[in-house]
Structures are given as C-alpha cells and as structure tokens.
Write a protein that binds this ligand. Sequence first.
Ligand SMILES: Cc1cc2nc3c(=O)[nH]c(=O)nc-3n(C[C@H](O)[C@H](O)[C@H](O)COP(=O)(O)OP(=O)(O)OC[C@H]3O[C@@H](n4cnc5c(N)ncnc54)[C@H](O)[C@@H]3O)c2cc1C
Length: 497
Amino acid sequence: MAADEAWDVIVVGAGNAALCAALSAAEQGAKVLVLEKASVEERGGNSLFTAGGFRFCHDGVEDLRQDILDDMTEGEYDSIGNLPSLPREKFLEDLMRVTEDQADEDLANILIGQSRDAMRWMRKHKVRFIPMFGRQSFKIDGKHHFYGGVNIEAVGGGFGLVDMLLDAAARMGITVRYEAALRELIEDRTGRVTGVRVKGPGGYEEISGKAVILACGGFQANPEMRVRYFGAGWELCRVRGTRHNTGDGINAALAIGAQPFGGWSTCHAVQWDISAPPFGDRVILDNFQKHSYPIGIVVNMNGERFIDEGADYRNHTYAKYGREVMKQPQRAAVQIFDAKTIDMVRDEYRIREVTKAQADTIEELAQKLDIDVEGLRKTISEFNAACQPGEYNPSILDGVGTNGITPPKSNWALPIDKPPYTGFVVTCGITFTFGGLKINTDAQVLDLVDKPIPGLYAAGELVGGLFYQNYPGGTGLLNGTVFGRLAGKNAGQSVAA
Ligand SMILES: Cc1cc2nc3c(=O)[nH]c(=O)nc-3n(C[C@H](O)[C@H](O)[C@H](O)COP(=O)(O)OP(=O)(O)OC[C@H]3O[C@@H](n4cnc5c(N)ncnc54)[C@H](O)[C@@H]3O)c2cc1C
C-alpha cells in the first residue's frame, strides 16, 4: 500500500473495540483501514484472552432467544433453571456501587442504554453467543442457575469473538494491517487530526485519514507507566493479556493536548496463578485466574486473611482483589478449600498448570506451601468459630456469614474443617488500566478545556471515566462494543458529510 493512500477512517488497534469501530464506520460507507501493532499470530489484543463474556440489559432467557441466543439448541434451553434478567436500573446500580459512585454518568448511560442494541448489532454481524454454562452458573437439581449479571459469552470465547469480528470486517471490505504500530498522531495547522505516523518492519511511514479512532488499549503492559501511576512493586505483577497494550494511543493523544480522565491510580487486577508467565498465554488464556475464592478463604504467607471473600458475587469483587494481593508479603496469597467445597471450584482450578498442594491437616498444608504454620492454624480456628449457621447457597447472596472477626466473610462462610485441605497459590495479574482519555457522548476525544479534537475519536480500554477502584465483570467487552460502534458511526458520518 502506498504511504500516501488516503483513507476515510483509520482505526488504531484490532481488538474488540477497534473492530466494532471499523465495522460501524464501514456501515456509513467509509473506506476503513485498521492498523494493528501485533503480528497476525499475536492478533486480538486483550479481547482474545477473554472468556468472551458480555454484561448487557435483557429480560431473561425467553427474551434472549429472540435475537441473541437464536441458535441455542432445545437441549441447552431445557438445561436452564434460571437465567435472571438484567434491568437497566440494576446494571447502573451495580456499576455505581462497585465504582464507589465515580463512574461518569453520561458514559454509563450510553453504555447501559445501548447495551442490548449493541449485542443485537453484533449478532447481525454474525457474532454467535451462548449462555456461560461452565463459569457463571451453579447446577441445582440438574439445572443451571445463572448469577452475577454476566451470563452470555461469544461462541469460542475471546478467540471466537475476535475471529468472528475479523470475518465480519473482511465481509465489509475493511483492510487490516498487522505490525503497524501507532507512534504519533498527525495534525494540520488548524489542529485537526489528519493521519498517523506508524512504525512497522520497514520503518516509519505516515498514513493519511480523514478521521482517526484510537482503540489500542490501556497501559497495563508498560511497567514504567504502572510504577509511575500505581507505585513501587507494580513492575512485578503479571500481565494477564496482550503484551502490546503499552499506552501508545493514550500517550500519542496526550502529546497533542488530549485530556487525561478516569481512574489513573487504579486498575483491574485479579488473583492469578503465581507460576503464570509475565504476559498472557494464548493456550491457557484466562485459566490462570482463580475465581472461586468466594466459597473458600484467602490468606497471605503469614496465614492471615485480608479480604472479605464473600463480600459480593465474584463478578463484583474479583477485579479489585488482585490489588489486595499485591499489598501482601511476597505479593502472594493462598486460596484454601476443604472437601466440602473443592468439587465446586471453577474449571480453571483443574488445569495442569496450577500451583497447589493438598494435605490432611492444616499444619501440613501450611508446611507444603510455606505459609506460617501457627498463623494459619490460628486464622482457621478463629474463622471456623466465627461461622454462623444458615442455608448455604452459592448461587445467591446467602447471608451465611461470620461474626466477630476482621475481615468478615459476609456470604458463603462454611468452616474449613473437612480434610483434605487444598491450597492454590496466587499473585496479582493485571487485566487493564482504568485511566485514559476523555471522550464526549459522541466518542470524540476532548482537549484540556473539554473541546473535541477535530478528527479524533476513541473507544475501549484507553478511554477513562467508566471504571474506578473496581469494575463489574463483563463490562470491558461491552464498553468496547458500545463505544467502538458509536465512534465508528460518528467518524464514518463525519467523513461522509
Ligand atoms: C484474561 C482476560 C480475561 C478477560 N475476560 C473478560 C470477559 O470475559 N469479559 C469482558 O468484558 N472483559 C474481559 N476482559 C477485559 C477485556 O479484555 C478488555 O476490557 C477488552 O478486551 C478491551 O478491548 P479493547 O479493544 O479496548 O482492547 P484490546 O482488545 O486489547 O485491543 C487493543 C489492540 O490495540 C493494539 N495496539 C496496542 N498498541 C498499538 C499501537 N501503538 N498501534 C496499533 N495497535 C496497537 C493491541 O495489539 C491490541 O490488539 C478480560 C481481559 C483479560 C486480559
């Protein structure tokens, strides 16, 4: 391709947000170029590493069968005991609660208000969905009872999602170029963005476009930025997904006067197997996560508990608990289950690549895992004594909690007293960063005085303002889809005009 070929819309990145933006711009008749830093073998960004789970408003399984789960089999349908609806008010309430009321209301209203339509739109582009039978339901009397608001995933998970979106992009005539990394945004003398400077295997090149959409991820894979914004020690966390999201789009936009916005001092980070490699593994994918802690307990290497494992559904706590592990000695923790709960842990605990030990006594388990023996014995005996009676039910907030210990366990508190005991060793795995660029309700990037930078749009991880402190599971992909679609539509319309 000639360096001076003119494009209507240049989309930077080729993850979920970018591909949705590209599809939406192409729907407006725009000639679209997608630039991706990774090679084709490493394609897909963070989106590829996901379970493909989406949180969006719907009225339950009958409603979903109309146009989202339209190819679900009768057998699958019959196996569902309960798949709760997600009303708009509930989604908003959850988002506001977990972000401590910090989420930008305008962005939140767009995200939630357009969520159902965005899913329908993806389906029209032949993205297929199924209920998350394996991970977001408990079987009661042989039927799946779903919980926690994220119940639908793309067929084939993140891999499937990216492949289906790339197929859709090919059908829409969109050009995708790999190994083309954004370095700078080019402006004309009026301050309008007119193209990008990219670096590829052949060196630098400038590419012109009438509008540019940044969708190239956060800065979680940049250790220097992590330490700068989160503090000492953060160079040592594991990165759960792509190694390519190093803040390039954010930095290029800040360099031309874009406004930083959102939760810059915090991030989405989870409990992640301590033996996991530095970046995401394209075979294991998200299976290094260990997300059954609500039905167990979590201790540090001194044997002390430090979080309320049952504060809420996993989907509303997992994204902040990685940061709590980061604060512990050796940035490590151990999740402990006894024989009553071990069979209920999620499938990610059953992979070969897991750092665990099993023992018939608590003392032996502590020795095997290098936990302080006396500390663990004391913690478990106090925990067991604090557990209150009640009707245990892991698919609802059952209120079966502890009394008189700190931190409490607010739900699903069963004594750890039936051997064998199993411990899984975790550290902190960062998922994505919350701080990013400020956009308006048209997905235009704003400057330092809240004016749109002409020709520049943004979507996905690199936009700030929706997430602070914590995040409701399944909202990252939805965020990319809703705002990518919006950015693409507006960018496409602006160049067609
Ligand atoms: C293990 C894991 C599991 C997850 N599970 C879920 C889930 O089930 N549901 C959910 O909603 N969210 C999940 N998330 C979060 C979700 O992945 C992100 O919120 C979402 O994928 C972000 O999409 P995006 O398009 O903004 O970024 P990405 O998908 O990361 O895409 C950004 C792209 O930009 C490219 N890029 C970077 N720099 C440049 C540059 N300079 N030039 C050109 N291209 C560049 C990258 O290579 C990448 O391909 C998960 C994340 C991880 C890591």
